[in-house]
Design a protein around this ligand. Structure first.
Ligand code: MD3
Ligand code: FE
Length: 217
């Protein structure tokens, strides 16, 4: 694993941890922007509240979700899909804030993906006990585009697996301000999040938020 200290706009710095040829953790990349990101999330959630979606198998997800951008990721008993409308309100998802677009494209560029233009942002809310089982992100039209993920609040143990579900996953902790970019040969790796441990974060309380920026269409 290589570690390099990098300068970011605003004079703050972050660390790079290369997980695999196409997957990198930018430690602290969004720390300086966190309060501004949270203010945007509060506005989004006022219009598109967090909800526990149903899996296609009929189970309630422990992670609560919302979306912003042209398309939002939705799951219900008829399957997974990206849609332009929030099924809870019948309204379009809130727009992707300029700050989010800037952070996502800057992080992607730093990871070597120069022309990333996300049109979807899934916002995941974990409270203690919430988890996400091993899965692949493969509902997006163009799998040559990377995904950028931003973590805020309580730390979580992230599982980073292989291209087949049976491959043993390694574990890394993602904490407040960390950004992960994955694409290329690592785009279809299985991944998941272990049950969130109890705790209190100074900005978020007993909560972790994760934003994933995707080019859905
Ligand atoms: C994939 N979210 O919403 S993404 C999801 O923390 C999702 O809420 C997770 O998986 C969350 O679909 C984590 C972070 C991530 C990091 C590294 C990866 C996903 C990765 C490496 C390879 C493949
Ligand atoms: Fe995922």
């Amino acid at each position: 694993m290589s570690l390099d200290l990098l300068a970011t706009a605003g004079g703050t710095s972050h660390w790079r941890e290369q997980l695999a040829p196409g997957a990198v953790v930018l430690r602290g990349f969004a720390t300086a922007s966190a309060t501004a990101v949270l203010a945007e999330i509060r506005e989004i959630i006022a219009r598109a509240p967090f909800r526990h979606m149903q899996t296609p198998g009929g189970f309630r997800m422990s992670v609560a979700m919302s979306n912003c951008g042209d398309f939002g990721w939705v799951s219900d008993t008829s399957g997974y899909r990206y849609g332009a409308v929030d099924p809870a309100s019948g309204l379009p998802w809130p727009a992707l804030p300029t700050l989010f677009l800037q952070l996502a494209t800057d992080a992607a560029a730093e990871a070597g993906f120069a022309h990333f233009t996300p049109d979807a942002c899934l916002i995941n809310r974990y409270q203690p006990g919430a988890k996400m089982a091993l899965h692949q992100d493969k509902d997006e039209a163009d799998l040559s585009q990377p995904i950028v993920s931003l973590s805020l609040g309580l730390p979580a143990i992230f599982q980073f697996g292989g291209l087949r579900r049976a491959e043993r996953a390694s574990r890394i902790t993602l904490t407040h301000g960390d950004v992960v970019v994955w694409g290329g040969p690592d785009r279809l790796r299985y991944h998941g999040v272990l049950a969130l441990a109890d705790g209190t974060h100074p900005l978020l309380g007993a909560c972790r938020l994760n934003l994933t920026f995707r080019q859905a269409r």
